[in-house]
Design a protein around this ligand. Sequence first.
Ligand code: SF4
Ligand code: SF4
Length: 351
Amino acid sequence: MKKLAEYEDKIHSCSKCGLCQSVCPIYKVTGNDCTVSRGQFIMLRGLIKGDLKMSPKINRYLDLCLKCGACSKFCPSDIDVVDIIVSAKAEYFKKHPIKKFISFIQRVFVFGLGVKLLGLFSRNIKGKDFEKKVVYFGGCGNKLKGNRAVVKLLNSCSVQVITPDFECCGIPFLMRGDVDNFNKYKESFLKILNEQGISDVVTTCASCEKTLKDYIKHSPSLDTIKVKNIYEYIRENNLKLKLKKKQKVTFHKPCNINNFEDIEWILNNTENLEYVQMEGFDECCGLNGVSKVNEYKIMSKVFSTKHNNIINSGAKIVLTSCLGCEAALNLFSFGKYRVFDFAEFIAKNCG
Ligand code: SF4
Ligand code: SF4
């Protein structure tokens, strides 16, 4: 990962046009320029030039950013905002031993031991053998669910699924600036993949997919590794899906997804599936805000926009393709709807 100072030219290229304000879910709630990329870049330039010092206040503004990337997609200067914010977070993180300690505890006990123990109850199946083989990266949440959905769908595409014991992709750590632990997850992934001798990787989670692709983007020597989302296989193979009974669903598009056309194709071509597009289907659910208890007022406004859009869609089933979005949306559904991983839903409900 680059140091903040190495982004100086990129930060300088911000024209202050303010277009990012129109799409930033946090700015829409706060109206405060320090919470959107334009204002954050002014602060970060001050830090690089030495006019400002990193402080808890600046860190709070960086923390409020949901790392959704909506501003980058809109930015005429083509600035990768999330990379820059994460790099600034990393500079703050490394100077705060207490944050390092909390992160260590989370890595060992929550993402390590906790996931391993709960994973004991998940059911993995072997599935059928085919000439084409892929390894399945389940991410920490999917590790708890097992691999049945993925095996069923990929076997229908004549693809064999190998399920090694991967750890987390590391994105929860990177987002808070913990680069050391993030790199440990990256090394673990590469070691396990190398042991398998297979370079085709499949995921069902958009955040895992983006993170694995970023490993490759930042290390050109890894470009033999091919990462795909399961939906690409389903569409490529023109897999005809049919639900056992009629179901009305809506879809929440995770910020990290880059193959929505494939998902849309499945939504529109699965028999007995009635798909209703909710307003703001592609806006951030606010997942990164779930842990920010101290920012409850701001975050609850972001969540309530998504919650109301889901309710107004009239669907009681929400599908998505990110473990984090699924967990966050279920947490704030208050029993009004249920949220499922898309692959899991179709594998379970198709004949
Ligand atoms: S959209 Fe891009 S160029 Fe315009 S103010 Fe925001 S970050 Fe700067
Ligand atoms: S990444 Fe998302 S939350 Fe952060 S500044 Fe950009 S639009 Fe706002």
